[in-house]
Ligand binder design. Structure first.
Ligand code: ZN
Length: 484
């Protein structure tokens, strides 16, 4: 059998995405509050596996999990002026307790800098209190005025991982910024989601940050999705919240800070980048069911086949795999295949009377739907090998696909034409001037993602090169895309 097609996946991605999240089901969008949704059991399990990876990578690098309150008093939220200017149109306010108006209005957190940093002030006094590295996984609320989209543009971000760190020196905080970028790279590598790391332009960085590094991936329709950000905050918040430590000479110094976030957009990307026309395709590490066993029953040998399926499932479970036997009655094997292909289960094992007679089983891999018979003696080994192989192929396939969506252009017209016809990310020579960048965004009708974070990623323009925007001297490459 040839590889499953990716026609509806790429040609009508939006419809494909809605169908998959509804049919698996992953996420129910019918809850009667705009911009919110319900995580369904199978979706919740995927979410749990993704969060396990996120926790794992953060804890390995010295971050500790905490949990802050949802409510933030208005006088704290407005303490850092740039921060509040950018969030004030998006904040949900709690103004009453029952019928009594509250003396202090309370915001539903849009992000937690202003909730956490007053506590940082209490916790940090001495040099020995640094570095401080914490994270939490919570919901945040933002009153989105643009059209909402399940898991991608929502008003309740249900899965917001935010890490916050404080350090004694600029150098240490910049080193932490680099570590944050590495942690995120590992997380996305484990999810097999390809990405580019880009430093956002000044007008598009996190409000209150000195620098924002963003992770972007390309969705099947060619539009770019930001899936994670790492911010170097400098001392701006430390000054606003008076977070200081005593140096060895007895003087006080403001701390240097970073923060970084990932949301359920990472899960939307996981669903989107790997899928095909049959539904989800999941890397084994996040698949709630890694192997499904399907009995092919014939009259007279039902018991025997079911018994063998259960034995196979137990053997695989003992080796540490997540396995399920689909023993539903009155459902044809074909319908069962459909169900588990839609759910993205990496490996399917089919067992019928003939397999019992020959002491074999048939393995079917989800990414290519290719079938391979294996001897029962070799089953565990073969299944494990196949799972590894599928994971490698998914990483390779998604990476190649993304690479094919990143191209260079010489002029604004070329860039616009590329984005109109093929989408993806276009790289242009640029002068680095804000007004030129803003003009460029308008002309191309796209977003400037910024300059590459990885210098070796891309060659800087040769001397004498001209800015695609204004024709002035170009000193850097800039990435441009239409984004979610
Ligand atoms: Zn220019």
């Amino acid at each position: 059998m040839t590889n499953p097609e990716r026609k509806s996946w790429s040609q009508d991605y939006s419809e494909w995405f809605h169908k998959v999240i509804a049919e698996v089901p992953i996420y129910d969008t019918r809850y009667p509050v705009k911009g919110t949704g319900v995580w369904m059991p199978f979706g919740y399990k995927i979410r749990r596996e993704v969060l396990r990876i996120i926790r794992d990578e953060l804890e390995k690098t010295g971050h500790e999990e905490v949990l802050f309150p949802l409510l933030i008093p208005d006088y704290l939220l407005s303490k850092e002026s740039e921060h509040i200017r950018n969030f004030e149109d998006e904040v949900y306010w709690v103004t009453h307790g029952g019928k009594t108006p509250l003396e202090v209005k309370l915001a539903l957190r849009p992000t937690s800098e202003t909730a956490m940093y007053p506590m940082f002030k209490l916790w940090i006094n001495a040099y020995s209190d640094l570095p401080l590295r914490i994270f939490q996984i919570v919901n945040v609320f933002r009153y989105e005025t643009k059209a909402t989209r399940p898991m991608i543009r929502v008003r309740e971000v249900s899965t917001f991982k935010e890490a916050h760190t404080a350090h004694a020196t600029r150098e240490e905080a910049e080193e932490q910024e680099r570590i944050g970028v590495e942690v995120y790279s590992k997380i996305f590598e484990r999810l097999k989601i390809p990405f580019l790391r880009t430093i956002r332009p000044d007008w598009d960085k996190f409000p209150g940050a000195e620098r924002s590094v963003a992770f972007d991936t390309v969705m099947p329709d060619g539009r770019v999705l930001q899936i994670g950000t790492v911010h170097f905050l400098g001392q701006g918040f430390a000054r606003a919240f008076d977070i200081k430590y005593m140096k060895s000479d007895g003087n006080y110094e403001y701390v240097w800070q970073t923060c970084y976030g990932i949301s359920e957009r990472a899960i939307a990307a996981l669903i989107s980048v790997h899928g095909d026309d049959h539904g989800l395709v999941l890397p084994s590490e996040v698949a709630p069911v890694q192997v499904v066993v399907i009995p092919i029953v014939y009259k007279g040998r039902e018991e025997e086949v079911l018994k063998r399926c259960k034995e196979v499932s137990e053997i695989l479970e003992r080796s540490g795999l997540r396995v399920s036997v689909d023993d539903r009655k009155d459902i044809t094997p074909g319908n069962k295949y459909y169900t588990w292909e839609m759910k993205g289960t990496p490996v399917r094992i089919e067992i019928g009377p003939r397999d019992i007679d020959s002491n074999t089983a048939v393995l079917v891999r989800r990414d290519t739907l290719k079938k391979t018979p294996v001897n029962m003696e070799m089953l565990v080994e073969e299944v494990r090998k196949l799972l590894d192989h599928i994971d490698e192929e998914l990483a390779k396939r998604s990476k190649e696909w993304m690479s094919s969506k990143v191209r260079g252009a010489e002029t604004i017209d070329q860039a616009k034409d590329e984005l109109d016809t093929r989408g993806g990310i276009v790289e242009l020579n640029w002068c680095g001037k804000t007004n030129c960048g803003e003009e460029l965004e308008k002309t191309i009708d796209a977003r400037i993602l910024g300059v590459p974070f990885d210098e070796h990623d891309i060659e800087n323009p040769p001397s004498g090169a001209k800015c695609a925007g204004c024709g002035g001297a170009a000193n850097k490459k800039i990435r441009v895309a239409r984004s979610y």
